[in-house]
Design a protein around this ligand. Sequence first.
Ligand code: FES
Length: 112
Amino acid sequence: MTKDPKGRKQPGFQRHAFVCGHERPEGAARPSCTPKGSMELMRSLKHAVRERNIEGVRVQKSGCLDYCEYGPTCVVYPEGTWYSLTDERTLEAVLEHLASGTIDPSCTLKMD
Ligand code: FES
């Protein structure tokens, strides 16, 4: 039987944050998140999760999340809460969401 190196007994995470790491060529019809710094932001989130010992969460790169115009785009499950990672306050809101489940509606993605 395979033994989990982290000692987990069941698969899964309490919360899962996906950060878009898609990049389109210059001149594409839609913008993309990587040129807006999404991968640096994802690394910042990962680092902060480790530093703050937030357990049971996973932050990882995703493909295009299809809200490209609002990027750098991030979504946190299981709540299905969307963020546009455009400032420090929003990054803090994502970290708080991951840590406690508390969602600050003023920081979630707003569509026009
Ligand atoms: S390129 Fe990031 S959401 Fe589409």
